[in-house]
Write a protein that binds this ligand. Structure first.
Ligand SMILES: NC(=O)c1ccc[n+]([C@@H]2O[C@H](COP(=O)([O-])OP(=O)(O)OC[C@H]3O[C@@H](n4cnc5c(N)ncnc54)[C@H](O)[C@@H]3O)[C@@H](O)[C@H]2O)c1
Length: 388
């Protein structure tokens, strides 16, 4: 199949991600059908797309005729899976992150879609190969990981499962470019793919800091905000939800290292349903609608330098494991997936390896975590010679 053969994309699931994916595909002129399990969910998704496009027209980012074309011609909805996938060239699944649900959705789709239809999952953590094992043609199964909010975040990780062919991945790369996003190929189906994996050890670090109890999260957040971060790391964890934060840590503890096991304090918060902003209390008290952080009281023992060293160390692992074999791709993933100013390889290109090594060794000793131990290529500085 070629890019010009892609006339219709079916999106399964119309929630936070599904409606955003539908929007960007339709704006690019592709027919899109969204399928969900309740009409009210579909209606809600359509009004969100309309609201978002109206905003973009108001800002002069898209012409009114694009909005009209999307709403009157390109975007349709259905409650019936067969109607959704029968004549679609690509199906993108965005149902909740529950393995059995995703498998049953794909089992059904696999029996209804045309032989050459490409089936893609937007899972943020799960194994592409494991989900893809239920479909008839796993060579046409692939990960297509968008970032939230879809209409603003540029990155799409195009992830190979163990049977995905280059032809399948290449077509999705072309489709991603057509919908005005930045595709980065993830060559191995590995936990967290690129962006979430590189951020994983910092999540473990934040959990360890909470358990150590020496420093106040609000003082670390104040220090980070001073460097220009819009939110401190603990504020962000509360904002995203401590349940989501712990869920991903637990997943990495099973798939990457026991060091990722959620700490005592986070586990207690979870037990007490103190999940952050959504429950009014988490690491912070959110009863006033926001976390109160006194910017005049700052901790300086955990700084952006520590976080960067941890990121670079994990990026080196991602490169060595051949999840990605290009430091530019790894850096661009963080730039386009997280709005980072630069990726860890770029930021550490002129860095003294001794400083990075000492920083990582200190963190590893302080928190008794192996995952912070510096990789040999950090110690000898040879990470600077990796393929661009
Ligand atoms: N929210 C994020 O920040 C984010 C970012 C990247 C990836 N993801 C991934 O995207 C996927 C969807 O996440 P979300 O945040 O959009 O979830 P969501 O809960 O907002 O939406 C999921 C939608 O799927 C629908 N659904 C459930 N079962 C269905 C079925 N059998 N057929 C059709 N629709 C069904 C639900 O009714 C709901 O509308 C998950 O795998 C998630 O991990 C989420």
């Amino acid at each position: 199949m070629k890019l010009e053969d892609v006339k219709k994309i079916a999106i399964i699931g119309s929630g936070a991600m599904g409606h955003g994916i539908a929007q960007v595909c339709a704006v690019a002129g592709i027919n899109v059908v969204i399928k969900d399990i309740k009409q009210e969910f579909l209606d809600n998704a359509v009004s969100k797309v309309k609201e978002s496009l109206t905003f973009l027209v108001g800002k002069g980012k898209i012409p009114q005729k694009t909005l009209d074309n999307v709403m009157n011609n390109l975007l349709t909805t259905t409650l019936d899976t067969k109607t959704a996938v029968a004549d679609a060239q690509i199906v993108i699944e965005a149902v909740p992150e529950i393995l059995d649900l995703k498998k049953s959705v794909f089992k059904e789709i696999s029996g209804l879609a045309a032989k050459d239809t490409i089936l893609a999952t937007n899972t943020s953590t799960m194994s592409i190969s494991e989900i893809g094992a239920v479909v008839d043609r796993p060579e046409r199964f692939v990960g297509m990981h968008f970032f939230n909010p879809v209409n603003r975040m540029k990155l799409v990780e195009v992830i190979y499962g163990n049977k995905t062919t280059d032809e399948t991945a290449d077509l999705l790369v072309a489709v991603t470019e057509k919908i005005n996003k930045k595709p980065i190929k993830v060559l191995k189906d590995s936990p967290g793919f690129i962006v979430n994996r590189i951020n994983a050890p910092n999540q473990a670090l934040f959990s360890a800091i909470l358990d150590e109890g020496k420093e106040k999260p609000c003082e670390i957040d104040a220090g980070m905000k001073e460097t220009g971060m819009p939110m401190g790391p603990f504020e962000l964890a509360d904002y995203v939800g401590l349940d989501v934060f712990c869920h991903t840590l637990s997943y990495y503890s099973k798939t990457l290292s026991k060091d990722y096991t959620p700490g005592k304090l986070l586990s207690e918060k979870l037990k007490n349903n103190e999940l952050g902003m959504k429950t009014g209390k988490g690491i912070y008290d959110w009863s006033a609608g926001k976390a109160v952080i006194d910017l005049s009281k700052k901790s300086t023992t955990i700084t952006p330098m520590e976080l960067l060293a941890v990121q670079l160390n994990e990026a080196v692992k991602v490169y060595k494991e051949e999840v990605s074999t290009s430091t530019n791709d790894i850096d661009n993933s963080l730039v386009f997936g997280m709005n980072a100013f630069m990726g860890p390889f770029g930021l550490c290109a002129g860095q003294d390896p001794k400083i990075l090594t000492d920083t990582l060794n200190k963190l590893s000793e302080r928190f008794n975590l192996e995952i912070f131990k510096p990789e040999p290529e950090i110690i000898d500085g040879s990470y600077k010679n990796f393929n661009k």
